[in-house]
Unconditional design. Structure first.
Length: 147
């Protein structure tokens, strides 16, 4: 039997304590600040509706917002998906930095790959926001100052 599911995981170390990162990641209303392509969101109870840059609303069910484990889980409920689970873990490290792990499982598999690319960029944007660094550039572009 051929699987139609895929899993993608991205991780990034951020030079901030877990509590600082969790203040942003753990607030479902702040996703538009750090996730590329999300321009707005509305949260009501356990439902979040994100709006993409093209104006498409994408409904999600908020499953876990755990401030002790620094774990955030959600499910995209839009008809594009047969099934979806997104998980963000913020893991505090002994040196005052944190590892942020973002994973997604989706059916159809192609949607996991699409989200996976955006997840990597989201982690870079989150790091830039928290560390106050210049916006992240992909390997194929350079910032105006040549970085």
């Amino acid at each position: 039997m051929k699987s139609t599911r895929a899993s993608v995981r991205r991780e990034l170390r951020i030079a901030r304590p877990a509590a600082d990162i969790w203040a942003i990641v753990g607030d479902p209303a702040r996703i538009h600040e750090w996730f590329p392509g999300v321009t707005a969101c509305d949260v009501s109870g356990d439902t979040r509706v994100i709006t993409t840059g093209s104006g498409i609303p994408m409904p999600e069910q908020l499953l876990t917002i755990d401030p002790l484990q620094h774990r955030f889980q959600y499910r995209i409920t839009a008809p594009l998906f047969k099934e979806h689970l997104g998980t963000i873990d913020v893991i505090g490290l002994d040196d005052g930095t944190s590892l942020v792990v973002y994973s997604t499982d989706a059916d159809p598999a192609t949607m996991a790959l699409v989200i996976g690319g955006a997840m990597g960029q989201a982690l870079f944007r989150l790091r830039d926001l928290l560390e106050g660094t210049a916006p992240h550039c992909s390997p194929h572009t350079q910032a105006p100052d040549g970085r």
